[in-house]
Design a protein around this ligand. Structure first.
Ligand code: HEC
Length: 255
């Protein structure tokens, strides 16, 4: 006769508890870094420094009023040059990004502030600003992330985040949480929101309102992670054995 024992944290060997805690510690740090990275990549694209739905609409769906160059100069590239030179580029973009002006107005700014990184020698993967052609590429309408980029990012995302939440969720199964359905919902949410999150990246291209589903999914995923993290750590080290755990240290399956 065999059955799946669901042993409470307090009855696990010390070595297992240490292992679980260290994994949670590193995942917690990783999660903070990930949040910081989302902020760094997306906040400010709409001109307002806070991260908003509009930022994500621009990141995934593109900016119908803007160009890649303007989006970058309002976002991650904003600090690369003084504000008055930034304005020169914006004015040029808003008056039609005339190719004749590149040599006189735009190229000197690029030479001074951009090509240290944006040249084939410095970084072959970045837009090349040593040629008018390269500059023209970022002055086309901003269509957001390409499908190619999205496919690459989404398969990495789907695989790696599944690992993180499999491990975090598995650790959390050793907690006593009642009613059981709440525990199950918390375990399921990260996987469901992972799917809605990734799907919404693509759907934002069709209807920009899906940017809010991206935000909502991220918020729910973060909430589930936080609940699992703190509940596991608390029940592992701080709390007493909860009433409801039997003498064998098992969490009964019923209820
Ligand atoms: C210190 C290195 C560095 C400098 C200087 C720099 N960039 Fe960048 N730039 C990057 C990196 C790295 C990326 C890609 C990551 C990102 O988007 O933040 C990038 C991305 C961009 C993009 C987005 C490209 C895309 O395909 O979406 C644009 C546009 C851009 N930079 C414009 C500029 C302009 C204009 C300047 C000068 C005012 C400048 N950059 C200065 C490193 C630099």
């Amino acid at each position: 006769m065999s059955k799946m024992n669901n042993v409470h944290f307090k009855f696990l060997p010390m070595s297992v508890r240490v292992l679980f805690s260290m994994v949670l510690l590193v995942f917690g740090l990783g999660y903070c870094m990930a949040m910081f990275q989302v902020w760094e990549n997306h906040a400010g694209k709409d001109g307002d420094p806070m991260l908003s739905g509009k930022d994500l609409m621009i990141a995934y769906g593109g900016n119908p009023e803007g160009t890649k160059l303007e989006t970058a100069l309002r976002g991650s590239m904003a600090d690369m040059l003084p504000a008055e030179k930034r304005q020169v580029i914006f004015d040029w973009l808003h008056t039609g990004a005339n190719a004749e002006d590149i040599a006189t107005k735009i190229d000197p700014i690029m030479q001074e502030h951009c090509i240290a990184c944006h040249s084939p020698e410095a970084n072959p993967h970045l837009p090349n600003f040593t040629s008018a052609d390269g500059i023209a590429k970022v002055t086309a309408k901003d269509e957001g992330m390409t499908i190619h980029t999205l496919v690459r990012v989404s398969h990495i995302h789907l695989f790696s985040i599944t690992f993180i939440f499999f491990i975090t969720g598995y650790i959390f199964t050793h907690a006593l949480v009642r009613p059981t359905w709440v525990k199950c919902v918390v375990i399921a949410i990260p996987f469901l929101t992972l799917i809605t999150d990734v799907a919404s990246w693509y759907l934002t291209k069709v209807w920009s309102g899906f940017a809010w589903v991206v935000i909502l999914s991220g918020a729910l995923m973060g909430t589930a992670f936080t609940i699992m993290w703190f509940t596991s750590m608390y029940q592992m080290w701080l709390g007493k054995v909860p009433a409801g755990v039997n003498e064998e240290g098992e969490i009964p399956c019923i209820r």
